[in-house]
Write a new protein. Sequence first.
Length: 491
Amino acid sequence: MRKIMNNILNKYKASWYIIWGILTIGTSLLIYSCTDDEATKIVDLRYKANDIYELTASNPKEIKIQVKSSDQWVVFSDHPEWCSISPEQGEAGETFDVTIQYKANTELDDRIDTITVKSDYWVGKWITVVQKGIAYLNTENAENIVLRKEADAEATFNVLANQNWTAKVTQGETWLSIKGASSGTNDGSLTVIAVANPSEIRYGTITLYDRHNVAQQTIQITQDGIQIDPDNSSFRESYEAHDIEINVVSNGKWTVAKDDDMQEWYSFSSSSTSFSGNGKLTVHLDENKGTAVRKATFTLSSELIPGVEPVVRTITIKQAYNGTERHVFNDAEGTNWKVNNGTCTFSDGGFYSKVGRIIRSGMQPGYYSFHIKEMAPDAQTVIFFTYGNIELRWHLNMATGKTNYSTLPWTELAQKSFDKSKGSYTLGLSLTKAEDGNMNVAWYLDDQLCATYPGTFGIEYGTNSTVLIGTNQSSATFDWWEYTPNYEWGD
């Protein structure tokens, strides 16, 4: 019995401990809740200030900010010995103009400070202030340094500094060096020296480093030598017969020669292939009647001198072929198109549209021209290149006398006035490869560029298009269209 009674008492005792614990926790939560409510306070702190200010070492400009708060506020610096703040604090409700004025920084290094805007417990903003130091590292008489091509050619220039500095050859180490001391304190000088240059003109660089070994200045050094510099070394030319001109800057004798004598489709117009000094080289290209891009290289070479390595420049010419295909809008051409809507007819006179369109798929990237033979005075022609839900649009509106070209989803690019009196026009659209692999678009009217649009509308280059042409308003007649593929120029 006693054991049973003890068990009962122990059970009630445990229950009492549980109840006491719950009451204790509840009371603590209540006290914490009340304390937390008392600590929760809304502060409406507003300010007008930049995130960062950059100041000069001497005579730094004042920094002006504005502060307003629903409570008292303060503005203070991590380095109050560097600056003065006025006013440093203010009362609630009013907008204050705060001026922060820094003293001159007389140290070599830059210094960084943080300005804090605070109201009660709330920090509204930290402002970074960077003030330059007084260190400098410059050069004098170090521009356009040209050394002779003979051995031991040298030049000296001045270093202007108020700190320790070092110098190093960072380009042309095999032939250019520093004679004597390559470091110093405060103002000094540097002398550079070069070995003999048996070949072409060459270029070197001297870099100056500050006391922290951070590069501050570069000095370009040129050593005289053989020079042969064409103004262009790579050409992409049209298929027609024509001449190209190459201006060559040289300080000696040089020759020009084909790398492959069997390539007879181009020739040098000059009766002589030898030149002295600066010259103009004229190259004649025959018409490319083939079906592929053709390529040739020829070489400019300095005169042969025993023991001297010649200077050689290679010129590359690539010539396109006539890849343009013209299609006449007649009955035969009409079999390649389907009527999309409206009135559309084909005859020897061309494709006639009266508020109608024709459609054709599988149109590859390249350059397209659509020739309008005639338009009614109120006609609006349309050309749509469609890629799913994306369209490239080209309108010509006789009623307004303006073009309209855009992409859809609609991005209005431009409108351009045109001569309504002509009545006959060629609308061109160029689809080329963009750097991101998508397509660039360009609109042309009578071979004149109207607008371009970069490859950002999301169509991958090489994607075929479905094309619609015709009229949205009144009538017009198209008599031909042309397609020129984008040439694969190769390497």
